[in-house]
Design a protein around this ligand. Structure first.
Ligand code: CP
Length: 315
């Protein structure tokens, strides 16, 4: 694996999960193996978990993390090829990526979509430009359309908590006040398909995911019906794909509550966080014994450690 852009970069997903769990259970075995290397962590957008878990993973491996918050403490970047740079952007990605490659041994990039143009967001220009122009490995810390570190972590968390080999997993849309990206649900569905888990999706009409992602899956517009008998409930909001980037306040009854969870097979509750309490899910669900949200955030460190180690060993 030269770069980690999405889950397709992983050849053997089961082996990856086993290795991540080995890191978790034998953390001493994986300490300080890359002394004197520098990891650049480039953020175009806010983060708590990704920022802290990649920091911790880097320190565990013996790497020195260097955070770059674009537009905040560095020059604003231009991504368009051939552009006459007479507007606000100061430095072209062609130059910046090669300069960063001189100072670092590996870089992670977080860049959200603008949610204005489906076509532009699908190009995933920022991370793909870093991959194109960098001379070192690049990994995705959530791009316009993919969040593979989160999805791989979610697989590990399901593996740890599933009583059966092929669990029934429901990805349910939940309410939100702001237009949110599709990166998390896209990568979650991709992960479930890779494992051949019994995955279904519940969302209101008009909120189907990109059909290339949800192809072949059952999409239920009746949320209560969708909860019946499932082993895992993964809640997430996403803005409309069809009416691109739009939100609606018409579906606040899609909140995940105890009544809906009672329809499941004593299901575990999952969310990538941050979660807006009592809008996406009730306090009672989030704080219940069935909730795995804190386990998911803990596992982010081991997944990051696995990916960084793999990229540096191969690079
Ligand atoms: N789940 C996740 O990626 O969290 P952050 O946005 O806080 O990094």
């Amino acid at each position: 694996m030269k770069n980690f852009y999405n889950l397709n970069d992983i050849k053997d997903i089961n082996q990856s999960i086993d290795e991540i769990l080995d890191i978790k259970n034998n953390i001493g075995k994986y300490q300080k193996i890359f002394d004197d290397k520098i990891i650049g962590l480039i953020f175009f957008n806010p983060s708590l978990r990704t920022r802290m878990s990649t920091y911790k993973a880097s320190k565990n491996l013996g790497l020195e993390p260097f955070f770059i918050n674009i537009s905040n403490n560095t020059w604003s970047l231009e991504f368009e090829d051939g552009k006459i740079m007479d507007s606000s952007n100061v430095e072209h990605i062609k130059d910046a990526a090669r300069v960063i490659s001189n100072y670092c041994d590996i870089i992670g990039v977080r860049s959200f979509p603008l949610l204005k143009s489906k076509e532009n967001d699908a190009e995933d220009q920022i991370i793909k430009s870093f991959i194109k122009y960098s001379n070192i490995p690049v990994f995705n810390m959530e791009s316009s359309i993919a969040h593979p570190l989160q999805a791989l972590t979610d697989l590990v968390t399901i593996k740890e908590n599933s009583k059966v080999k092929k669990p029934k997993v429901l990805l349910t849309w939940a309410p939100h006040i702001k237009p949110l990206p599709h990166a998390v649900p896209n990568s979650f569905v991709r992960a479930m398909k890779k494992m051949n888990f019994d995955i279904s999706i519940a969302n209101p009409k008009g909120f189907d995911l990109d059909p290339t992602i949800s192809k072949g899956l059952k999409i239920n517009n009746d949320q209560l019906d969708a909860f019946k008998g499932v082993d895992f409930v993964y809640a997430k909001n996403w803005s409309s794909f069809e009416n691109y980037g739009k939100v609606s306040s018409n579906y606040n009854d899609w909140i995940v509550d105890e009544k809906k969870m009672a329809k499941t097979n004593n299901a575990k509750f999952m969310h990538c966080l941050p979660i807006r309490r009592n809008l996406v899910a009730t306090d009672n669900v989030i704080d219940s014994e069935q909730s795995l949200i804190i386990d998911q955030s803990e596992n982010r460190t081991y997944t990051a450690q696995y990916i960084i180690k793999k990229l540096l060993k191969n690079g």
